[in-house]
Design a protein around this ligand. Structure first.
Ligand code: CU
Length: 213
């Protein structure tokens, strides 16, 4: 009985692999950088690879989750360069694409403050710009402007530093993170799934699909 179930599970897993590779292709897969694509069928949800120099954002409760960062001594939520909320890290000079992963909510990416070392203390009561500022260069005062669901903007990381970032619409709800621009920094540990009933980060989630939490 158990063996029969395992065999069925293996067969299903193989099917998923076949289905995914047929649409995504395996030649340009980069480890650790995936982003949700629109589902192509009710029963098939999938991750696909996005260019490595990309940030995805949405509310933690939309699917990215929230991580209690030991390094930064605070909760980080709403931004990822892999699959779930984490601190971000890229080398200076990188041109980043910021994707709004949400299907229904507009977000921004604004620089709140520049710090020199942990902990990350997010100031309270600040108002972040909803209009673009900083001319496509990420440094103090940068604001992406409104990024509609499914849309993206690009920005170049011109200066090494530790940037506290946040969304102008949801900063007060905890949508804030740390972006380290440095030659050596690595992205931080990722959040776990926010909750079992959340809309899956990785799919169009109209029910049923593979890979739910
Ligand atoms: Cu937001």
């Amino acid at each position: 009985m158990i063996r029969k179930h395992m065999a069925a599970a293996l067969a299903l897993a193989a099917l998923v692999v076949v289905a995914c590779s047929g649409h995504v292709g395996s030649s340009n897969v980069m480890p650790g950088t995936t982003v949700r694509l629109p589902g192509i069928g009710k029963d098939l949800v999938m991750y696909a690879t996005m260019p490595k120099d990309a940030i995805g954002e949405e509310l933690g409760s939309e699917g990215l989750g929230t991580v209690d960062s030991a390094e930064w001594k605070t909760d980080l939520s709403g931004f990822t360069q892999e699959q779930r909320s984490q601190s971000l890290a890229f080398p200076p000079g990188t041109k980043i694409t910021i994707h709004n992963l949400s299907k229904s909510v507009t977000h921004t990416l604004d620089v709140v403050k520049v710090i020199t070392k942990p902990p990350a203390v997010f100031p309270k009561g600040v108002t972040l710009s909803k209009s673009p500022k900083g001319d496509g260069k990420l440094e103090a005062g940068y604001a992406s402007g409104e990024i509609k669901p499914g849309h993206s903007v690009t920005v170049t990381l011109v200066k090494e530093g530790m940037y506290l970032i946040g969304c102008a619409f949801h900063y007060g709800q905890g949508m804030h993170d740390v972006l380290v621009v440095s030659k050596t920094a690595k992205p931080g540990p990722q959040a776990t799934a926010p909750r079992a009933t959340a809309t899956p980060t990785w799919g169009s989630g109209s029910g049923g699909g593979w890979g739910g939490p």
